[in-house]
Ligand binder design. Structure first.
Ligand SMILES: Cc1ncc(COP(=O)(O)O)c(C=O)c1O
Length: 493
């Protein structure tokens, strides 16, 4: 086993909760298989250990007089520098700052700032495959948002269509403030050609913002230093909780010049040089001017610790490992007669390579996605997510396409019932702690559900909110964990 394989094994084995067991509807205890990393990843043991060593020194980074504050300041600076290095951003031209709530917080900040910075440019180009967090902030702050479609192969949607981006750029010219695209879809795991899109944006004298929520933990990111500088990225947002560091903040990495020369959209302590009763002077210093208030210091250090570890492991190596796993998963599920896998599974991929990473979405034909997810959890201890994954336009487009193919053979009522049943999907998503045994377990479970469909359907009743309740099995959280009970136990000890 080489050094990288050994390190990956260690990271997997020490992931917090990797051996967690639950009692299932069958009464059997089994190890949980976590396939919901696109929503939030599990915590690396490394993060727990590093943070518990840091905590005795914890202090506010806005203080500088005492030892703990000095140490916290040094570590918080290290966190910023580690983020810049992780995404290969040039510290001369780019800055990284932490924001409250994940990628959502970051993209909202970018949208508000760019609207103020370039008020004459009132159009944003985005795509149909975006998470709502990379769509609604632009709708809120700009006059027009253009949703570019994806490539289509038969009935399968692929990556964002570059020709349609160019068409939108030609149509809207110097009205375009920026192009905002996801690096990787949170529904299908399809990778987008973000550096080609950057080149296109720059050819038309506009900017690119990459939503890296599903990219950062899975593929290398290179914001600066391309042989052709037109391929460099202007702005990027990511979420720490999707990078093995739960409770860490969101991050924005951006060209400094795009955020300078205007008042930051958030003001308060820590971002001013001088305050009088009738005026104040905002600091020119990055990242301070974008970090008003006391930051999430612990979360920032936790995230930087992960980035440091992933860099040591090598993002190319992680990309290769995870591509192999997702390819294996897609191949297995596609070969099952009763399963439909969404998104383009071949046309974009070089032979032998996957251009998808992290996530795949599917349905068992004729079975409600919420029921499939419930059965996977209750009978097989496989944690997945279902419904529309905050990407409703994209999911709706794929579902409608799927129905379109069989619509000819159905009455209107049947078609409506089917459309209703399929208004969502099941998503299996993977992190560095997953391996091919997890893929096999998912495929086996799905085959079992398909084979015994009638049995599983009989065990559940549908709730008004669309979820399914098992008729006899009830999951009780309290014996496993209750914060109040833990507090009481601690107080009594
Ligand atoms: C592609 C994408 N963008 C943005 C977000 C929003 O991230 P957060 O909830 O951390 O703000 C998500 C979350 O799933 C996502 O998958």
């Amino acid at each position: 086993m080489n050094d990288k394989a050994r390190l990956l094994k260690k990271l997997r084995a020490t992931t917090v909760g990797i051996d967690l067991e639950y009692r299932l509807a069958t009464g059997r205890m089994s190890r949980r298989i976590y396939l919901d990393s696109t929503a939030s990843t599990l915590q690396l043991g490394l993060v727990r250990d590093v943070i518990s060593k840091y905590m005795p020194f914890y202090s506010n980074t806005h203080t500088s007089a005492h030892f703990g504050a000095k140490l916290s300041g040094v570590e918080f600076d290290w966190a910023h520098n580690t983020v810049l290095s992780f995404v290969h951003a040039d510290p001369e031209t780019h800055t990284a700052f932490f924001v409250g709530s994940g990628t959502t917080g970051g993209i909202n900040r970018i949208a508000r700032t760019l609207r103020e910075k370039r008020p004459q440019r009132r159009v944003v180009i985005t795509s149909i495959m975006e998470h709502h967090s990379n769509d609604l902030p632009h709708r809120r702050h700009f006059d027009q948002v253009v949703h570019v479609p994806t490539q289509v192969n038969g009935r399968n949607l692929g990556c964002i269509d570059l020709a349609r981006i160019e068409q939108a750029l030609q149509e809207h010219g110097d009205q375009v403030n920026y192009i905002a695209v996801t690096g990787v879809s949170n529904v299908t795991g399809i990778k987008n050609p973000v550096y080609d899109i950057a080149e296109l944006a720059h050819r038309y004298h506009t900017l690119i913002l990459v939503d890296a929520a599903q990219m950062a933990a899975h593929v290398p990111i290179k914001m600066s230093g391309h042989e052709n500088p037109a391929r460099d990225l202007d702005m990027l947002a990511l979420s720490g909780h999707k990078m093995y560091a739960p409770s860490s903040p969101g991050v924005v990495i951006t060209r400094k010049d795009l955020f300078s020369g205007i008042d930051p959209v958030e003001v308060g302590g820590g971002m001013v040089d001088d305050v009088h009763i009738n005026r104040y002077l905002t600091t020119e210093k990055f990242p301070d001017r974008e970090e008003a208030g006391t930051p999430n210091i612990v979360g920032a250090i936790a995230l930087a610790a992960v980035m440091h570890a992933l860099q040591t492991l090598g993002m190319d190596f992680i990309d290769q490992e995870e591509s192999r796993i997702i390819r294996h998963a897609i191949d297995m599920l596609e070969n099952m007669d009763d399963i439909v896998v969404y998104g383009n599974t071949d046309a974009n991929a070089d032979p032998g390579k996957s251009k998808r990473i992290g996530a795949l979405s599917f349905n068992i034909k004729g079975m409600d996605h919420a029921l499939t997810a419930a059965v996977l959890n209750d009978y097989f201890n496989i944690s997945v997510r279902n419904a529309c994954f905050c990407a409703q336009p994209y999911v709706r487009e794929m579902i409608t396409d799927e129905l379109g193919e069989i619509a000819d053979h159905l009455t209107n009522e049947e078609l409506e019932a089917l459309a209703d049943l399929h208004r969502g999907m099941v998503r299996a998503s993977f992190g560095i702690y997953n391996d091919s045994a997890d893929v096999q377990a998912l495929a086996d479970a799905l085959q079992n559900i398909c084979d015994d469909r009638e049995f599983y359907v009989r065990q559940y009743e549908k709730k008004p909110d669309g979820d399914y309740r098992h008729k006899t099995f009830n999951f009780d959280c309290a014996p496993l964990f209750s914060a109040a009970s833990e507090v009481e136990r601690w107080l009594a000890s």
